[in-house]
Design a protein around this ligand. Structure first.
Ligand SMILES: Nc1ncnc2c1ncn2[C@@H]1O[C@H](COP(=O)(O)OP(=O)(O)OP(=O)(O)O)[C@@H](O)[C@H]1O
Length: 279
């Protein structure tokens, strides 16, 4: 049985003119322990897809199944790391993680919960900042807290919605490694949504492009058959990496061009001319 399965999932956001189908016929299967990345253009429907899998919104038609059971609500079994950290500003790093852990394990003792918080804060190298509030942290540190918070709840599946998009290249690279370390240690199932092909190839077992919407749908998948742990510096010379990178970028460029050529939008430029020109 597939761990996560989307069967012919469609999502339309209703509006006064009837609505737009953002996602069309999404079929996706993820097996236990797999790391899958979905790459897509901005606005193609990636967050909509995450919200459907997370149970925050319902499909207009089709089914989302987690371990064979239809997803009808959010659950601690699926931990989401969002792109905007979403930390509570009045709580410290430790308190932000504690709150989530308490919600996930309401019957555990305070001491046990505090020990979990300490472990996960240490795991993302933030022990010295455990008593700081979000406004005292850099963007990279805040995202680390968000990672610790999601993982401390011990979800069976980690869903990441462009979690590293706002970070500089160095911080991004470090956090990619931290997420991979945690994923490989506990062998959880992971879904990464990203607009960065290199990030997808470095982290995932499979990459699936999301064709731009409206009516966005998943394209052909690319299997990244590169041994783990992967070495970022030697990846550039790896033939499998180069082959996949070129194929994915070519595919994305082709569908990008296709989208441009079918666009009916026309732009009228205003008729203006300078009243006077002084050299
Ligand atoms: N609640 C909503 N109501 C109406 N339309 C929505 C809603 N949420 C998203 N959309 C529309 O659906 C489309 C896809 O949005 P979504 O946020 O899923 O894309 P995305 O790929 O995550 O974008 P980005 O990369 O910019 O974060 C957009 O055109 C957006 O305007």
């Amino acid at each position: 049985m597939a761990y996560l399965e989307l069967k012919n999932v469609c999502k339309t956001y209703e509006d006064a003119s009837g609505g737009t189908e953002v996602l069309s016929n999404i079929n996706l299967t993820i097996e236990e322990g797999e790391f899958v990345a979905i790459v897509g253009f901005t606005g193609s429907g990636k967050t909509t897809l995450v919200n459907l899998i997370n149970g925050l919104i319902k499909p207009t038609s089709g089914e989302v199944l987690f371990k064979g059971v239809p997803v009808t609500d959010t659950s601690h079994e699926r931990g989401v790391i969002f792109q905007n950290y979403s930390l509570l500003p009045w709580l410290t790093v430790g308190q932000n993680v504690y709150m989530a852990v308490k919600e996930a394990f309401p019957k555990e003792s305070k001491e046990k919960l505090q020990a979990i918080v300490k472990d996960y804060v240490a795991m993302v190298s933030l022990s010295p900042a455990i008593n700081k509030r979000p406004k005292e942290l850099s963007g990279g540190m805040r995202q680390r807290v968000a990672v610790a918070r999601a993982l401390a709840m011990n979800p069976e599946m980690i869903i990441m919605d462009e979690p590293l998009g706002a970070l500089d290249a160095l911080t991004r690279g470090n956090l990619q490694d931290e997420i991979l370390n945690i994923w490989s240690k506990d062998k959880r199932t992971a879904l990464l949504i990203t607009n960065d092909v290199d990030e997808g190839i470095y982290m995932a077992d499979r990459i699936i492009p999301l064709k731009p919407g409206p009516n966005a749908t998943l394209g052909p998948e690319f299997t990244i058959d590169i041994e783990r742990p992967r070495d970022k510096t030697s990846l550039n010379d790896n033939e499998t990496y180069k082959k996949n990178r070129n194929a994915i970028i070519e595919y994305l460029m082709d569908i990008g061009n296709e989208r441009k050529s079918v666009s009916n939008e026309t732009y009228e430029l205003p008729e203006i001319s300078p009243k006077s020109f002084v050299a």
